[in-house]
Design a protein around this ligand. Sequence first.
Ligand code: SAM
Length: 465
Amino acid sequence: SAVSPFLDPGPRTTPNSLAVAHLSRDSIQPIYLKETSGTTDGYAEGPVLNTRFGSFPHSTLLNKPWGSQIRASVVDTGSRGRRLKREHGEHVADGEKLDNSKGDSTPGTTSSRDLKVAPSGFIHILPPTPELWTISLPHRTQVVYTPDYSYILHRIRARPGMKIIEAGAGSGSFTHAAARAIYNGYPKDAHDVKGKVFSFEFNHDRYQQMQKEIEDHRLDGIVQITHRDVYNHGFLVDNESPGAECVFLDLPAPWKALPHLARNRPTQSQLSSSGLDNLQDTGSEWKSPLRPDRTAYLCTFSPCIEQVTRTVDVMRHLGWMEIEMVEVAHRRINVMRERIGLHLPAGERGSTQTAANVEEAIAKLQEVEGRYKTSRGQSQDVDIEMGEDDETAVENNPIDGSKTTLLSSEVEGAQSAKPWMSGRVIHRTEPEIKTHTSYLVFALLPQEWTEAQESAAFESWPCGK
Ligand code: SAM
């Protein structure tokens, strides 16, 4: 089968594959594009994506270069809807618009009979990425977000061709990012890759939903999900070691899974000093799920500091090293060209602005520009906090501490026409750091050296002879 669109989306949208409809910056919608062969229910449009920006028959979204802007369909299906209702013997009031509540079973789509008359707008059609999936996926649990998982994957050194263990799978947010990180891109068949995500989930419903999603996203060659309680039954798959070099645990009690991630069967004293002496089931023939000839890198993800303390304690008893806790405090900073503001009288705002007003605006801009240059030099950063509505801004003057409220002007045309007036780069910082997600605990377990490896290394070392 074709490679997953998450790994290699190709140049264009294709039928029966996942795409992402980008409606606006804060509104995106995953959508399985369906092939439209001929007509559906007697209507030519086939399946349709209905949004508040208009209706988009899948036929208008297929075979488009990724990133294309798609205009809403201008088909007026209201009359069809009325005709359909009449055919079903339902009363239709004059001027009645079509009810849009009867979508078919595919998320984000409705059949053509449910097309509504909508204002014509546009959307962009984007390839699925782990980042877009994370903000649009159906939430079944708390998920790991991009700022955390990008840092985690970097710290546990996930690279193409590697094996990674993850538990629990939850909603699959981390899983998608991990799959992309370890995909080695060759050969171009997701069923024959070296890298692999071994994912574990003990909740049966979530396991089944994840399994289906992984298949729908054509990630089943690179992600293997196992229905398992890892506290009691560890991480072997078909009684074989995954040979993992990196591990990510997003579990309520990660310390209970740690004894299964040792290089050798933990001793009874290690277990009891970890408070895990009731842990019986480490398997009769003990195998480590870790790759023996490499250092293993681990991250655990826990919202409470008590979980961290417990995890770190057990890590130390089991020989993990370089233990470190990190919290990612993510803050979004928007960098943009300054739109220098003007205080125009209310009556002079808007599209009817006269040439005289533009002249006045340019003069005002020159004055403002000059004021900035003299007060702090042309290249210096300006501390401007944009208002909630993007229409006003407060400029904090670092010299005299004064604050000036600026109004976004309607003279951007004039600004861009005059290079000397083009806005300087400013930034807008989110007022507050997003709420705490979790503490990340990182640790590593060095590889173990056998006698044979020791002597081979000694032999090959020039000074050893
Ligand atoms: N990392 C996931 C994501 O990004 O979507 C979210 C994981 S969610 C917070 C934690 C998951 O761990 C839940 O789905 C839960 O069912 C699973 N879980 C809890 N205890 C487990 C255990 N002993 N073995 C396997 N999975 C477990």
